[in-house]
Design a protein around this ligand. Structure first.
Ligand code: ATP
Ligand code: MG
Length: 390
C-alpha cells in the first residue's frame, strides 16, 4: 500500500472555518510525521491523503498518526482507476494470500457527477472479487471490509479503519494555561483541552530547594508525553516554596490550601497573559478531596478575573485513572515525589472557605509583591515532538 487516507469528522460541522481547520490538520500531520519517508500530504475532497515513500514504516506512521487530534480514523490505502476490473485486480494483488471468512465492499463517491452509483461499484467490484476467490459475501458482519472511495480522477481502496485520536486539530481552540502538578488529574485535564484543539501552556509550582527536584523531573516527563499529542509545548517552572513559608507564618492552618491555590492562580494568570493564553485549567474534581468542594473552588476562582476551566469536574477517580492509563501519563504520575502541596499542608483543610473570609486573611500578606517575585523567578523549557535528536 502506498498511501494513508485520513478521515476527519467534526470538522465538517465548522462551516466557514472548515478550510482553516483542514489547513491546520495538514500542518499538524506534517509535523507529526517529520523525518519519516513521506512524499506528500494533501487534502482531497473531504479526506487527506498521505503519500508514503518506500522507506516509511507503517508501524511508525500508525503510532504517530494515532495521536494527531482532529483525525476520526485512518487507513492504509492505495490508488487505482475507476475501471472496475483494474480496481478488483489491484485490490486482490494487495490482499495477497489472506483468506477471510467473509467480505464486503463498501463504496463512496466524492463527486455525485461520477457516471456510476456507489451500490453499483459495490456490486460490480464485489462480484469480481467473489468470482476470483470464492469468498463469501456478508453485508452485515463481514470479516473483511474493503472500502472504495471514488474521486474524480481515480479511486482509493482501503482495508479496515484505525481509530484516530478524535477531537479537533491542535491550534484551532486557542491558548490556555494548565496548572500541572505531578499528580494523576492535571495531566488528564491538560490532555482534554488539547483534544479540543487548544494549545496548552504548562505551569508547574515546585518547592525546590526546600524539597527535592523530583516533582520537576516528573512534570518534564509528563510534558514530554503530552507533547507527543500537541507537538510543541512550553513548561513554566515556578519556585513556590518561599511563598508557602510566608503563608504558613501568616495564615491559619485550615485556610492555607485555599490560599496556596489562590496564589497559584494569580501567578498563573500573569504567566498566561504573557503567553497570550485566555483561560486557566486545573485538574480539580468536585468532592475528590476535602479541599475540592464547590465552596472552595468558588473561593479559589475568585482570586482571578480569568476564566478557570475544570475539564474533569464531574468525573470519578477511576474514570480519570483509566484515561491517564490510555494516554500514558499514569505510570509517571504514580512515581512518588514530594509535591509542594504536601509541604505545609494541614491535616484538616477548611471545606467551606468563604471568599470574603479568605480575602480578609490574605490582608496579612503582601500578595502582589509575592506574585511578582514568583513571576520574576520563573524558568521556561520548550518541548517538541518529534524531538530533533530522534
Ligand atoms: P492532581 O492529581 O492534578 O495533582 P489532586 O487531586 O492532587 O490533583 P490537588 O492537589 O488539590 O488535587 O490540586 C488541585 C489542582 O491544583 C491540580 O489538579 C492542579 O491543576 C493544581 N495544582 C496542584 N498542585 C500543583 C502544582 N504543584 N503545580 C501546578 N499545579 C498544581
Ligand atoms: Mg496533586
Amino acid at each position: 500500500m502506498t498511501s494513508v487516507v485520513v478521515h476527519y469528522k467534526e470538522l465538517a460541522l465548522k462551516g466557514r472555518n472548515r478550510p482553516w481547520f483542514i489547513q491546520l490538520l495538514v500542518r499538524n500531520l506534517r509535523i507529526a510525521l517529520a523525518r519519516l519517508d513521506v512524499l506528500a500530504i494533501r487534502a482531497i475532497m473531504g479526506r487527506i491523503e498521505i503519500e508514503l515513500g518506500p522507506d516509511a514504516s507503517w508501524e511508525e506512521v500508525r503510532v504517530r498518526l494515532a495521536r494527531v487530534f482532529g483525525v476520526a480514523n485512518f487507513s492504509s490505502a492505495s490508488r487505482s482507476t475507476h475501471d472496475f476490473a483494474t480496481l478488483a485486480s489491484a485490490i486482490l494483488g494487495d490482499l495477497g494470500s489472506i483468506a477471510p471468512e467473509s467480505f464486503r465492499v463498501s463504496a463512496t463517491r466524492a463527486d455525485k457527477r461520477l457516471p456510476f452509483t456507489s451500490p453499483q461499484v459495490e456490486r460490480e467490484v464485489g462480484g469480481l472479487i467473489k468470482q476470483a476467490t470464492g469468498w463469501r459475501v456478508d453485508l452485515d458482519n463481514a470479516a473483511l471490509t474493503i472500502h472504495i472511495e471514488m474521486l474524480p480522477d481515480g479511486a482509493f481502496y482501503l482495508f479496515g479503519k484505525q481509530p484516530g485520536a478524535g477531537g479537533l486539530p491542535t491550534g484551532t481552540g486557542g491558548r490556555v494555561a494548565c496548572l500541572l502538578s505531578g499528580g494523576i488529574d492535571s495531566p488528564v485535564a491538560a490532555y482534554r483541552m488539547m483534544r479540543r484543539g487548544c494549545s496548552v501552556l504548562l505551569v508547574h509550582f515546585h518547592a525546590y530547594p526546600i524539597l527535592s527536584r523530583a516533582s520537576q523531573e516528573k512534570v518534564r516527563e509528563i510534558a514530554t508525553l503530552l507533547t507527543t499529542y500537541q507537538l510543541r509545548s512550553r513548561l513554566l517552572l515556578v519556585p513556590f516554596g518561599d511563598l508557602q513559608q510566608r503563608v504558613v507564618l501568616a495564615i491559619r492552618p485550615d485556610l492555607r490550601v485555599v490560599v496556596y491555590r489562590r496564589l497559584m492562580l494569580r501567578i498563573a494568570e500573569r504567566l498566561a497573559r504573557a503567553g497570550r493564553a485566555r483561560a486557566l485549567v486545573t485538574g480539580e474534581v468536585i468532592g475528590q478531596v476535602a479541599s475540592q468542594t464547590l465552596e472552595n473552588m468558588t473561593a479559589i476562582s475568585a482570586a482571578t478575573d480569568m476564566e478557570v476551566l475544570r475539564p474533569l469536574v464531574g468525573m470519578d477517580k477511576d474514570e480519570i485513572s483509566a484515561e491517564a492509563q490510555r494516554i500514558g501519563t499514569f505510570p509517571i504520575s504514580i512515581i512518588p515525589d514530594q509535591d509542594c502541596c504536601t509541604l505545609f499542608t494541614p491535616r484538616h483543610p477548611a471545606t467551606r472557605a468563604r471568599p470574603d473570609e479568605v480575602a480578609q486573611a490574605e490582608q496579612a500578606l503582601p500578595i502582589s509583591e509575592m506574585v511578582a517575585s514568583a513571576v520574576a523567578a520563573v524558568s521556561a523549557e520548550d518541548f517538541r515532538f518529534p524531538a530533533t535528536n530522534e
